[in-house]
Design a protein around this ligand. Structure first.
Ligand code: PBG
Length: 334
């Protein structure tokens, strides 16, 4: 931590001195943003022949397996070296069986990506909401998501992703004890080398709206407040993170990012573990729609947001802007 200093008064202190030209500003800039900080989310849909743009997320698509592979090639060409996959199965049921089907959409996609673009890091989102007919993130018992039964299904899903070749497993369901259960499950299946990226502080947020259209995963009744966090709380986020670290998480995540920069900052100051932040769908759509209306400069707003997430303390950012921001970083001359 920097020592507190007492600045001399004006006119001795003039903070504008170091802002006077671009090179100086570069020299004293405190926050770096690198293309290797980005993780690019991809939606892969089983019924899809080619790709289809998502209405509320211009520039983002539901992919077929083939177009997902192509998108990974484009990402890699721009220097983006990690993707996170979300699957949309052709059939949903009460237990989300397609989530752990050896030939399910994610399992197929992982195999194809690893075959064709082996250098890219493939992270898989482990959750049941895209696979269950009721759209909740777990198994229901008398209309309530049952924690401990859900764990067994999450473990099956995580192991089947690892068997398909996933490099990192990212559980986003928010059940208690899932990190421990998944860690033990992976180790038993001989995947002790596969890291777990835990969606630890995941808030119940209206900013997931466009994602739910993209992943066709909106809950068919009620909401996710019995398992996702209440946005009024931050101590609770630290407890979530602490427990996930104790259970074996290798990377922890704060989600969403923008209304939660304080949480990213507190987590980074409290624990010495890599922190990911998820710049979620609603945060993307807001920028895109305001830019399309001519109300803001979309590219500049995008960069400001990504830097702010880094400044808050994130080591990596899951963002739909990944490819666009990579192009900006590539072309920036200074
Ligand atoms: C699945 C999941 C969600 C997101 C990531 N994983 C949706 C949800 O919890 O409803 C949201 C990501 C985004 O909005 O970009 N549980």
């Amino acid at each position: 931590m920097a020592k507190k200093i007492v600045l001399p008064d004006f006119p001795m202190s003039r903070l504008r001195r170091l802002r006077s030209n671009q090179i100086l500003r570069e020299m004293i800039s405190e926050t770096g943003l690198n293309v290797t900080d980005f993780i690019y989310p991809l939606f892969v849909s089983e019924g899809m022949k080619s790709k289809k743009e998502i209405n509320s997320m211009p520039g983002i698509f539901q992919h077929s397996v083939e177009s997902a592979v192509k998108e990974c090639e484009s990402a890699l060409n721009l220097g983006v070296k990690a993707v996170i996959l979300f699957g949309i199965p052709a059939h949903k049921d009460e237990k989300g069986s397609e989530a752990f089907n050896k030939n399910g959409i994610i399992q197929k996609t992982v195999r194809e990506i690893k075959k064709n673009v082996p250098e890219i890091i493939v992270i898989t989102d482990v959750c049941l909401c895209e696979y269950t007919s009721h759209g909740h993130c777990g198994i229901l018992k008398e209309g309530i998501v049952d924690n401990d039964i859900t764990l067994e299904y999450l473990v099956k899903e995580a192991v089947s992703h690892a068997e398909a070749g996933a490099d990192i497993i990212a559980p986003s369901d928010m059940m208690d004890g899932r990190i421990k259960a998944i860690r033990i499950g992976l180790d038993k299946a001989n995947f002790s080398g596969i890291p777990v990226m835990a969606y630890s502080a995941k808030y119940s947020s209206s900013f997931y709206g466009p994602f739910r259209e993209a992943a066709e995963s909106a809950p068919q009744f009620g909401d996710r407040k019995t398992y996702q966090m209440d946005y009024r709380n931050s101590d609770e986020a630290l407890r979530e993170v602490y427990l996930d670290i104790k259970e074996g998480a290798d990377i922890i995540m704060v989600k969403p990012a923008l209304s939660y920069l304080d949480i990213i900052c507190k987590v980074k100051q409290s624990f010495n573990i890599p922190v990911a932040a998820y710049n979620v769908s609603g945060e993307y759509s807001m920028i895109k729609s305001a830019a399309a209306a001519g109300w803001i400069d979309g590219e500049k707003a995008m960069m400001e947001i990504l830097y702010s997430i880094k400044r808050a303390g994130a080591d990596m950012i899951i963002t739909y802007f990944a490819l666009e921001a990579a192009k900006v970083l590539k072309n920036s001359t200074v």
